[in-house]
Write a protein that binds this ligand. Structure first.
Ligand code: FAD
Length: 476
């Protein structure tokens, strides 16, 4: 089908006035250009349109629609479900569009649609400013912001989508609009994902951020249950200047880790202090007073450095599978289950990550954005990571089984950006009926034909199921 519609003539017309780069399967750069972060998804698009402007995006959408081809949109290429790439589709790739302009006096950044978080942080940090975003700096801003955006600053200032003041959007019919004239579109972009158009420029509110105090502590698995019970109490008592996260994982080969713990399953707790600098050392140390770790390390660093700390642990090209959900509580049986799952890790690269949320995330009135689940106290994610395709089945099963250990909890919510392996109807369930219907109404107005469906999909017809995209390649 693809070779039938991608005729020389059609391509020649498309190339006229397109200022970016068009990559076809026969081109030497094709193999690199089609890659996304998760090595599980080696799909083969019919064409990659590497856009350099909103006009290029518009031209690409008109071309796609005339040709009757499916479309995907690539921001940073990090979605674990690989939604940026599909076999036989046209990929609208924004990776040439990474400019950021900071207006420090107004505390606003203008970031183009293909920015990575590192592009944004590099531009804002010299001004002592930051936009709250995720914790791995090679993640794309677009997918993260449109689905929500948790990170170190979320408890203090809110989610990335809460900082989205305006956007330039290319709609499914190719028209370029500003959300100033479309307030309901802006509402939908704050948590509704990539369902409504291609965002070519984000206007983001910035916050003042100075150097941060950072302390980690490691516990051997035999001490993890007690340490987690303490973490649960400590986290809930903190002001929003403090963010504490945990991970069950294999200890790395760092100089500060005792030889006996390297390569062993451990609990790692991390405290980050964003308040008055003089209070930092005591504040981050307080996490470890009642539960002394076997090893710990302490640093003061810039926000941009903090953002890059997690980069090396989740490199491009490895195989990844994620199961994630919000938890209403962290009761003793869930703690036992998660610690047992860590003892049962199938890959030294995998981890179980969890954090206490709340704070400013819940201060935003629920009706103000499309983002669901603001009141969730915890998010917990089994992140399987491995190298060999022969190990797919074992690692996917580990992640599924890990989250099944906490499945007895009543809350069924999940973070839309982590949805990968879900049954039909899950997206609707995650948004909730009322919010989903409102999103479907907006979708019908801006994308009635569901052109933007390679995502955590909202169907324009709320009586129809969403596009079943997220289970590809996940069936062991
Ligand atoms: P892509 O794969 O490029 O795109 C995903 C989807 O977003 C696309 O299918 C499309 O629907 C949409 N999209 C992308 N660009 C655009 C655009 N310009 N306009 C319209 N739609 C677009 N999330 C957090 O909240 N906090 C974290 O700390 C965090 N850490 C992460 C760490 C890693 C290593 C990874 C892999 C993911 C992390 N995430 C985190 C999840 C992240 O938010 C999602 O994976 C998100 O989809 C990544 O965005 P992207 O642009 O890189 O994705």
């Amino acid at each position: 089908m693809c070779s039938a519609v991608l005729t020389k003539d059609a391509l020649a017309v498309f190339r006229e006035g397109f200022t970016g780069t068009i990559v076809l399967p026969a081109d030497p750069s094709y193999d690199e250009a089609r890659r996304v972060w998760n090595g599980m998804h080696r799909r083969e698009p019919a064409l990659i349109a590497r856009c350099a402007s909103a006009s290029d995006v518009s031209a690409a959408l008109r071309f796609v629609r005339a040709a009757g081809l499916p479309v995907t949109v690539r921001g940073g290429g990090h979605n674990v479900a690989g939604t940026a790439v599909a076999d036989g589709a046209v990929m609208i790739d924004l990776s040439l569009m990474r400019q950021v302009v900071v207006e420090s006096r107004d505390r606003v950044a203008y970031a183009h649609g293909g920015c990575l978080l590192s592009d944004l942080d590099r531009a804002t940090t010299p001004h002592g400013l930051a936009c709250p975003a995720g914790v791995v700096s090679h993640t794309g801003l677009a997918g993260l912001a449109l689905g929500g955006g948790y990170g170190w600053l979320a408890r203090k200032w809110g989610l990335t989508c809460d900082h989205l003041l305006a956007a330039e959007v290319v709609l499914a019919n190719g028209s370029i609009v500003q959300t100033r004239q479309h307030p309901e579109l802006l509402w939908a972009l704050r948590g509704g994902g990539g369902n409504f158009g291609v965002v070519t420029r984000f206007t983001l509110r910035l916050r003042e951020v100075g150097p941060v105090h950072h302390r980690v502590g490691l516990y051997p698995l035999k001490d993890a249950v007690a340490a987690l019970a303490w973490y649960r109490r400590f986290a809930a008592e903190q002001t929003t200047d403090m963010h504490v996260v945990g991970a069950l994982k294999i200890a790395g080969d760092h100089t500060w880790v005792p030889a006996g713990l390297r390569g062993e399953p451990v609990l790692m707790l991390t405290a980050v202090w964003l308040g008055a600098p003089e209070e930092g050392p005591a504040a981050v140390a307080s996490l470890f007073e009642a539960a002394p770790p076997a090893a710990s390390a302490n640093r003061v660093m810039s926000y941009a450095e903090l953002q890059a700390l997690g980069d090396h642990g989740e490199p491009h090209g490895n195989r990844y599978f994620t199961k994630s959900r919000y938890l209403a509580a962290l009761p003793a049986d869930s703690i036992d289950g998660l610690v047992a799952a860590c003892a049962d890790l199938r890959s030294p690269l995998s981890s179980i990550d969890f954090e206490y949320l709340r704070g400013a995330i819940c201060d935003v009135p629920d009706a103000e954005s499309a983002f669901p689940g603001r009141d969730a106290p915890y998010i917990c994610t089994a992140s399987a990571q491995w190298l060999d395709p022969a190990d797919d089945r074992e690692n996917i099963s580990w992640a599924r089984n890990t989250m099944a250990r906490v499945a007895a909890q009543p809350r069924s919510g999940a973070y839309v950006n982590y949805l990968q392996d879900e049954p039909p109807g899950r997206v609707r369930e995650v948004y909730g009926e009322t919010r989903y219907r409102k999103l479907a109404d907006i979708k019908r107005r801006y994308d009635p034909d569901n052109v933007f469906r390679a995502n955590q999909n909202i169907s324009p017809r709320s009586d129809q199921p969403e596009w079943p995209y997220m289970r590809q390649e996940c069936q062991p």
